[in-house]
Design a protein around this ligand. Structure first.
Ligand code: SF4
Length: 350
């Protein structure tokens, strides 16, 4: 069965032509899929009924199926999707006063092995295709509308986006293209654990969306311990790639810094962080670690977090302390999937 989101505009035209439809039908269907965010043929009301029935027999609009959803006390929603090969991924919808952000996955599992990450512990299964990434956005938008809409997308879910460069690049193109999802480049962020080749390639080839770096340490020794990627691309190379990234004049690179008690949360770390980021237009998000079962790390005390923040602020950095969203439903990326996989392996619920 053909999945329409997997087709380019030209392929969709060829598909409808092969079904004997005039060219304008492809344009109608395309609009329903991407602008109206419609997930089924039934709702494509300007297509004749018999045509909708023929389309349903030969194709489906999207391939992702929602198989789990959890809503946190703070309103955060996590979706678990089954893919057509029965693998699964998750996306997280987060609500702030002025924006609604979807955190999308780019891979099933992840090979980068960050020690604090549940997804990393699951290992790598496969890359997502571009349409599987875009579908996460279409699905969330369909849920939100007509009351509200998505304002921001972050590639911060399962997987390292730059390990799946081509598909992520195609997905980015569709997310920002006015003919597809049509979000502003300023509203889309790719977050990497420090994949220097990917940062450089995105800088050369675009699209130049926002860049976020999961930094989490100020020395190579600590960072390599937390994030094995640092052995391949140490801090100096990573920060050089950040300095050379062709940022738009008013933009900044976001550095995510998860604070682990007794690991990377000293005032000396804070001072080193200030020195490392010198010359980079940056913003630092400080995120006290949200421990999950079996984690070897713990959360620093509030005083330690505030003292750390103070050093950054006094040095002129923007450094808000962020709370982990949806802490009560699944603390870190990959936890909903981990729970789903465990359920599938264990006894079936009644
Ligand atoms: S933090 Fe991101 S890059 Fe690191 S293992 Fe988890 S998903 Fe992969």
């Amino acid at each position: 069965m053909t999945t329409l989101t997997a087709l380019s505009t030209e392929e969709l035209e060829a598909f409808t032509r092969a079904m004997g439809m005039p060219a304008y039908r492809a344009r109608q269907i395309h609009k329903w899929i991407y602008q109206a965010g419609c997930g089924s043929f039934d709702r494509m009301t300007d297509l004749p009924k018999d045509l909708r029935a023929r389309l349903s027999a030969e194709a489906r609009v999207r391939s992702l199926e929602e198989v789990g959803r959890q809503v946190s006390e703070d309103g955060t929603e996590k979706f678990l999707f089954r893919l057509s090969d029965t693998e699964s991924v998750e996306s997280v919808l987060m609500f702030d006063a002025d924006r609604t952000t979807l955190c999308v996955s780019s891979q099933v599992g992840c090979a980068m092995g960050c020690r604090f990450c549940v997804t990393g512990a699951l290992g790598f299964r496969r890359n997502l295709q571009a349409h599987e990434i875009v579908e996460q956005v279409l699905h969330a938008r369909e849920r939100l509308r007509p009351e509200s809409d998505l304002t921001n997308i972050v590639f911060m879910g399962m997987g390292e986006p730059f390990q799946n460069f081509e598909e992520v690049q195609t997905a980015l193109g569709r997310l920002i293209s006015p003919g597809y999802v049509g979000l502003s480049k300023r509203k889309v962020t790719v977050s990497t654990c420090g994949h220097v080749e990917g940062i450089q390639r995105l800088g050369r080839e675009g699209p130049i969306v926002n860049l976020a770096i999961s930094l989490n340490a100020t020395t190579d020794e600590t960072r390599s311990r937390l994030m094995p990627v640092n052995r391949k691309w140490p801090l100096k190379e990573l920060l050089r790639a950040c300095r050379e990234f062709p940022l738009k004049p008013t933009r900044r690179i976001t550095f995510e810094y998860v604070l682990f008690a007794g690991v990377n949360d000293t005032l000396e770390d804070a001072r080193r962080l200030v020195r490392l980021l010198k010359g980079i237009r940056s913003k630092v998000n400080l995120i006290p670690f949200n421990p999950h079962p079996g984690s070897e790390f713990s959360k620093p005390g509030d005083e330690q977090v505030l003292a750390f923040q103070q050093v950054l602020v006094e040095a002129g950095l923007t450094a808000p302390v962020r709370k982990s969203k949806g802490a009560d439903i699944a603390a870190a990326c990959g936890q909903l999937k981990a729970a789903y996989t465990a359920r599938q392996k264990g006894p079936k619920p009644n």
